[in-house]
Design a protein. Structure first.
Length: 181
């Protein structure tokens, strides 16, 4: 988890503000079903305010290609030492997951958008932070993305002391929130 997610625009005022701001900044990024290596729209701390930016999803190092960072490892492994305070969030309206039988699920929440916590490097490549799955989500996969609510985004991006390992968010899967493909 998380191997793909979805980001699209709606007619809502918030969605249209995001779209207009991205256009003003002349940002080029993917919408629809987002795959690793795509250029993605994110929110980050720029100076003393939040703004939009584009980063590439995934980091290739000498031995492998990574798209996610386990929250347990972010605080412990040297690889993440320089990344852990380079934070951004991804806007999404849902994400995809496959169970052991390869059934594809689209998971969405009640909100129009929600925010996936991520970290990035100096090459503008990012990793989505994941955590151990809890509750009903564990029936689909053993990992889930670290999802922030709207009120937590600013703290996560600006406050260096914000400890993402303490974030407790449980995705409750209820029939009307899951679409099975």
């Amino acid at each position: 988890m998380c191997g793909r997610y979805h980001f699209g625009y709606t007619d809502s005022q918030f969605s249209q503000k995001i779209k207009q701001r991205a256009k003003k900044l002349k940002l080029t990024y993917k919408t629809g079903e987002i795959f690793p290596t795509d250029n993605v729209l994110c929110i980050m701390n720029v100076g003393s305010s939040l703004d939009l930016a584009v980063k590439k999803w995934g980091i290739r190092n000498k031995t492998n290609f990574q798209i996610n960072a386990r929250i347990e490892s972010v605080n412990e492994k040297n690889f993440y030492k320089d990344l852990k305070n380079h934070r951004c969030v991804l806007l999404c309206d849902g994400f995809y997951e496959w169970d052991k039988e390869k059934n594809k699920y689209f998971i969405s929440l009640k909100e129009e958008y929600f925010y996936l916590a991520a970290i990035y490097n100096d090459n503008d490549e990012l990793l989505i932070i994941t955590k151990e799955a809890h509750g009903d989500f564990n029936k689909i996969h053993d990992r889930e993305p670290l999802i922030l609510n709207k009120e937590e985004v600013k703290d996560f991006l600006i406050n260096d002391k914000y400890d993402v390992s303490l974030k407790e968010f449980q995705i409750e899967l209820v029939n009307e929130e899951i679409k099975l493909f």
